[in-house]
Design a protein around this ligand. Structure first.
Ligand code: 13P
Ligand code: SF4
Length: 328
């Protein structure tokens, strides 16, 4: 059977997405790093923990996930009866890529007395090999509940793990993964920007290296940074995370000024996540129309991965929306 190939554009495209959303009983979830036009038409925009909770709670038949694959996988793990579509299946993550399941399994087996605390930015297979998942907004609450004498391995983000080690006086063994986006901020350029904007605070995501975190007035998840923008002193904020989050800040706080922290070239465009950027309005329309590309997970694997995610949701309860890792 041939499918209509003429694709809508402009306002017609937006109207078609709305029509399909109703027809499919679909919910559109979007991360703060998505393009503004995708954030604006989503039913819900949030950080990784909030999006996981929404995916677990929704009564929609279809979840269209404007984010990256590990987020859509998480939605499917928590809501297996729903159809979960991702506009572009190549929307991956450097942290997930840095942690192949076989190598992570060997790491685990080499440290049998350690708890495996794992950042949500990883594959379903790695979640299945983990004890507890954390997001940047739940990590502090969760690590506080693990006895001090319990050894921990932490993967895949060595910067988030290092931040937690420093803040909580822990000695977690760290997997050597990094986020290529947060790794690209330049300390030298940040110091220049601070000098040009005296008194402006810096808010940083914990995926940043310590050279950036050391200059931050606030460290937290994307939702945490958004909340900080509302309560910070002054009217200018330097934002050391993926710059598309600034769209939400400008909408909520039009009287304030938000400046993306720079990379080595002196501007913030090199810090756009290339994976998140693969999703477009056109691809969202196509995935709602075709219900493809679709996330599928083998049931045994899903159940194993769900255990570590359920543990996160239980241990994190009460933290949703705070997103706060505080300041070392
Ligand atoms: P949060 O939105 O949970 O802070 O995570 C950011 C991120 O890494 C998305 O890839
Ligand atoms: Fe992964 Fe970094 Fe992109 Fe987040 S911003 S999806 S951690 S590469």
């Amino acid at each position: 059977m041939s499918i209509e190939t003429k694709n809508p554009t402009g306002t017609e495209l937006r109207a078609e997405i709305d029509r399909l959303r109703k027809e499919r009983n679909a919910v559109i979830l979007a991360h703060y790093y998505q393009k503004p036009e995708l954030q604006d038409l989503a039913d819900f925009v949030g950080d990784s923990l909030e999006l996981s909770r929404k995916a677990a709670d929704t009564d929609a038949d279809v979840i269209a996930f404007c984010g990256v694959k590990f987020m859509a996988d998480t939605a499917k793990i928590l809501s297996p009866e729903k159809i979960v579509v991702l506009p572009d299946m190549d929307a991956g993550c450097s942290l997930e890529d840095s942690c192949p399941p076989q190598k992570f399994k060997a790491f685990r087996e080499a440290h049998p007395d350690h708890v495996a605390l794992t950042y949500i930015n990883c594959s379903t297979e790695v979640k299945a090999l983990s004890d507890i998942i954390v997001t940047s907004s739940s990590a502090e609450t969760i690590i506080s509940q693990i006895p001090k004498d319990q050894p921990i391995i932490f993967g895949p983000d060595r910067h988030l793990g290092g931040y937690l080690n420093r803040k909580f006086g822990r000695d977690m063994l760290l997997w050597p993964g990094v986020c290529i986006v947060h790794e690209a901020f330049s300390e030298k350029e940040l110091l220049k920007l601070k000098a040009q904007n005296p008194g402006a605070p810096v808010a940083a995501h914990p995926e940043c290296p310590p050279t950036i975190i050391d200059h931050a007035d606030y460290v937290g998840s994307t939702s945490g940074i958004l909340n900080y923008a509302k309560t910070m002193p002054g009217d200018t904020l330097i934002v050391a995370t993926e710059p598309h989050i600034i769209h939400q800040m400008e909408k909520a706080l039009p009287m304030k000024r938000f400046i993306g922290a720079p990379g080595a070239d002196g501007n913030c465009n090199c810090n756009i996540c290339p994976y998140m950027a693969l999703n477009t309005m056109e691809k969202l329309y196509a995935c709602l129309r075709d219900l493809e590309p679709r996330i599928e997970i083998e049931e045994g694997l899903r159940l194993k991965a769900k255990q570590s995610l359920d543990r996160m949701l239980e241990m994190a309860s009460g933290t949703v929306g705070k997103g706060d890792l505080g300041r070392i």
